[in-house]
Design a protein around this ligand. Structure first.
Ligand SMILES: [Zn+2]
Length: 256
């Protein structure tokens, strides 16, 4: 599952942009939960979900999607919407992470800490557990390395007493042991690219996109100016500007 801090806000964005996003099931259940919380009945929500799907993709076949739509409804009825503003990392926690030997290791520890805080805020029994899939953790930590090296990093964190593993076999859950209250060092309101956010905090060349808020590596443009937008937003804005310019031109030609 993708981590979204405010699922209602996220659903509203998807509804207004008529988008299923990259993970349609996640979008559908969040949109369903949004309508349930707005006071719609189960059957009304299901109808709205059908029409939302068609708005997103006019060629979609409702019978083909019916299982996914049912599953989205079921999940929406089972879980409350996540509504968290942010998670905070304290100076004491940051100091423990910074003391680790290795950039990737520090990014992994930082990501596990943020994820454990997220889990705590949506869990009935908060105890700093992380149960995300390994590949999702590595993606959020911006770590691209072999499975062997990943295991070595987990092992190092374990030996430093910073995490412990769940006792269950076949279960990769880890518990973060270095959470500590205190002065806030950093607030996290976006779980994409946590690794980059850690690097940016330490003054490395990363920036937050002015459009979508994702943290990415800074690249200067041809004129040497720092970027304002991430690559995908920059491309999208360029196309939009181009279309607007063409439309303005056409209007001028017609008016003559
Ligand atoms: Zn962007």
């Amino acid at each position: 599952m993708t981590i979204v801090l405010n699922e209602h806000e996220w659903a509203e964005d998807m509804i207004s942009s008529r988008s299923l996003g990259s993970k349609p099931f996640e979008t559908l259940y969040r949109v369903a939960r949004y309508y349930i919380d707005s006071g719609l009945s189960k059957s009304e929500t299901r109808k709205v979900l059908d029409s939302f799907l068609i708005q997103c993709d006019p060629t979609a076949s409702i019978p083909k999607w019916s299982d996914t739509l049912d599953a989205a409804m079921q999940r929406a009825l089972k879980y409350d919407a996540v509504m968290i503003e942010k998670v905070t990392v304290t100076k004491a926690e940051m100091a423990k992470i910074d003391a680790l030997d290795g950039k990737q290791l520090r990014r992994l520890a930082f990501t596990l800490l943020c994820l454990s805080k997220y889990c705590d805020s949506v869990s009935k029994h908060p105890a700093h557990w992380v149960n995300n899939e390994d590949k999702d953790i590595m993606r959020m930590a911006n770590i691209n390395t072999s499975i062997k090296r990943q295991s070595l990093m987990y092992n190092t964190l374990y030996r430093s007493g910073m995490i412990r593993f769940s006792k269950k076999v076949d279960n990769t859950n880890v518990q973060v042991l270095f959470a500590e209250d205190g002065d806030v060092a950093l607030e996290i309101s976006d779980f994409r690219n946590l690794g980059y956010q850690y690097m940016m905090y330490h003054g490395e060349p990363y920036f937050k996109c002015a459009n979508c808020g994702i943290t990415t590596k800074t690249e200067t443009d041809r004129a040497g100016r720092p970027q304002k937008y991430c690559r995908s937003c920059a491309a999208e804005i360029m196309v939009k500007n181009h279309v607007n310019a063409v439309m303005r031109y056409n209007r001028r030609v017609r008016a003559q």
